[in-house]
Design a protein around this ligand. Structure first.
Ligand SMILES: [Zn+2]
Ligand SMILES: [Zn+2]
Length: 219
């Protein structure tokens, strides 16, 4: 039986309040049998067993982070030889995050600073990165709840397979009460996801549970 573990990878500057909020988001997966822990982005030893851990650490440590899907899959061959990668990583940065996959949306040769912002990314079978910049500006408990909800959403992508014909094959859900719906921007996310305290719909819960079981029993 394989252990299914998620490791939150924090930027050094993040405080206890943000770390605990992120951890509460990851703990929502305990009901599926997923365990979670935390590490700092500078802790290379803790990144060693994380899928694409070297790139995740680099993104979280960056001053101007850019995330591309291929970074979340990237595993240099020597890394494989070093040790098996079994942990799903979720990086958490206080800086604005840019979407490196959107190169076609900016003029050719444009600086990475012109890439569009993204709140977070989660990739099936790999890991993800989340920017909590906007949450840090959100006063009171709402900011903490937003971090927790965003971690749940991005980790949901790590375990949910996209379905053909649905939202360009993404794993976003169409159930209006589900935390896996697509969101437009941060204000929309607060209003539609965080304030009503959305959770996974029954369908997404079933799919996440099944995906975790497949990983656990290796089929
Ligand atoms: Zn999403
Ligand atoms: Zn759903």
């Amino acid at each position: 039986m394989n252990e299914v573990r998620v490791r939150l990878i924090f930027h050094d500057s993040l405080g206890t309040r943000e770390r605990l909020a992120a951890l509460s988001g990851a703990r929502a997966f305990a009901k599926f049998g997923v365990t979670c822990d935390c590490a700092g982005a500078c802790d290379r030893k803790a990144l060693r067993h994380v899928k694409a851990g070297a790139s995740l650490g680099r993104i979280v440590r960056a001053e101007n982070p850019v995330v591309r899907t291929e970074d979340l899959r990237y595993e240099p061959i020597w890394e494989f030889m070093l040790c098996p990668k079994t942990i799903y990583g979720m990086g958490v940065t206080p800086h604005p995050l840019r979407n490196g996959d959107a190169m076609d949306q900016v003029p050719e040769g444009a600086a990475t600073g012109e890439l569009p912002h993204t709140m977070g990314v989660g990739l099936i079978g790999a890991g993800g990165v989340l920017s909590v910049q906007r949450m840090l500006e959100t006063k009171g408990e709402l900011g903490e709840k937003a971090i927790s909800a965003a971690v749940r959403h991005e980790l949901g992508h790590v375990f949910l397979k996209g379905e053909k014909g649905r939202d360009h094959g993404s794993s976003h859900c169409t159930d209006e009460k589900c935390i896996m719906q697509a969101n437009e921007n941060y204000a929309d996310f607060l209003r539609r996801f965080v304030e009503p305290a959305l959770d996974f719909c029954r369908g997404c819960q079933g799919r996440i549970g099944a995906a975790v079981s497949r990983i656990r029993y290796g089929f």
